[in-house]
Write a protein that binds this ligand. Structure first.
Ligand code: SF4
Length: 409
């Protein structure tokens, strides 16, 4: 969105600076996120009363009625249309917002917060998990045609990006005619300028064997799978409307780990889902202990208006959710440390995200461990092989690996 504005002749300024147009790209995944989006809109209006405030993204879809009569938000723009706001502004207010100075170049390089390029290949979901608003906010699954994705990948690689992350609301539902996710990955892999490919979160029921097989042989696809578990209790999984049970989860993870013994395995867990009693939570703890997770994202269940789970009996006390969250986070940290220790003495590939003044590089391994690299002349976005010499504690990611560029230049 920022790139489009700039191409149209606007200057972008940090949020909170008085401006003509403020765009809040909001989130609606939880009631709290939705509330924060509205709060940001109010802040923008307070900065300058005549700022035109636009709420874009999912809250524009979910808050429709609530916003009727709200004088804070001047315009809501959902998923469709959020990349053509300058044209819309000119259309609505031709005297205040002139026609975009140049024709907006769809090929201008996008901007990311990291040195890895996110490529959205799919949106929407029809799985209707009981706690989730995504199907309402994003609609049915839609995928971008494979040639269009390849075109975007070429655009980001010609802007210097070497790693691309394929993302989607339900990535495993990628579909272009008979082509599926594995075909898409093969297509991206065939582009010579792409050095590394990463998949964002995948539902276990869509983590086809073809994708896992490809990951185990590919020289470009990172050996990292993020597969949301959500609960280790079959009763809770059924209440959540998840499409698998714990046996299926164990079986697919075992198959993946057999093919890739050093696989980075991430997951999401929700604690305190309605009806989660001590026994159900113990089952989750046991499953987490049993499986080789390297990244655990634990969330307390958060009620979300408009979802089935919001009306379920057996809502769990916040204090208990907190207790369960801490217990799992602790287990997750131990598991991450054990995972990182397995790499000591081994070579890993690291994409350099930033360089300190003394030349030390920081980045991520293919298995999604944070890495600190010492090397002669490292540069951002470079992918280097590092021999792991040890592990250390990190703020945020818990633990990381450190070592030297290998072979030394
Ligand atoms: S699969 Fe994911 S996006 Fe789809 S409804 Fe379930 S939680 Fe939401």
């Amino acid at each position: 969105m920022a790139t489009r504005f700039e191409a149209a002749g606007y200057a972008t300024v940090p949020f909170g600076t008085p401006c003509d147009v403020a765009v809040i790209h909001g989130c609606a995944i939880t009631g709290k996120a939705e509330h924060s989006s509205l709060y940001a809109a109010r802040q923008a209006k307070r900065t300058r009363a005549d700022t035109l405030v636009i709420l874009a993204g999912c809250p524009a879809e979910t808050l429709g009625e609530t916003l009727r009569g709200d004088t804070t938000v001047d315009l809501t723009i959902g998923q469709v249309g959020k990349f053509a706001i300058p044209e819309l502004l000119h259309h609505l207010h031709p005297h205040r917002f002139p026609a975009p100075a140049t024709s907006i170049d769809a090929d201008s390089p996008p901007r990311f917060d990291t040195q890895r390029a996110l490529i959205k290949v799919q949106d929407g979901c029809d799985f209707h998990c009981a706690y989730c608003i995504v199907p309402t906010a994003r609609g049915l699954p839609q995928s971008r045609p494979l040639p269009e994705v390849l075109h975007e990948v070429k655009r980001v690689t010609s802007a210097g990006f070497r790693e691309v992350i394929l993302t989607g609301a339900n990535l495993g539902r990628y579909e272009d005619g008979p082509l599926r996710l594995a075909d898409l990955v093969r297509g991206v892999e065939s582009l010579p300028a792409v050095e590394r490919i990463r998949l964002s979160s995948l539902e276990i029921t869509t983590a086809e064997e073809a994708v896992i097989e490809l990951m185990s042989h590919s020289t470009k696809l990172c050996q990292f799978l993020h597969i949301p578990l959500q609960s280790g209790d079959d009763g809770i999984l059924a209440a959540m409307g998840r499409r698998y049970n714990t046996d299926t989860f164990r079986r697919i993870v075992a198959m993946a780990v057999e093919k890739m013994p050093f696989l980075g395995l991430g997951t999401d867990i929700i604690v305190g889902f309605p009806g989660e009693d001590d026994r159900a939570f113990k089952n989750t703890v046991q499953l987490v202990r049993d499986l080789p997770f390297s990244n655990l994202h634990v969330f307390p269940y958060s009620r979300r208006a408009g979802t089935r789970a919001d009306t379920l009996p057996g809502q769990v006390q916040e204090s208990l959710k907190k207790e369960r969250l801490h217990a799992l986070v602790e287990i997750g940290e131990t598991k991450r440390r054990l995972f990182a220790e397995r790499f000591v003495g081994r070579p890993v590939s690291v994409l350099i995200e930033r360089i300190d003044a003394d030349g030390t590089g920081h980045g991520w391994t293919g298995e999604y461990l944070e890495a600190t690299v010492t090397g002669a002349s490292l540069s951002r976005r470079q992918i280097v092989t590092m021999k792991v010499e040890g592990i250390d504690s990190r703020k945020g990611s818990g633990v990381g690996v450190r070592g030297r560029e290998f072979p030394e230049p």
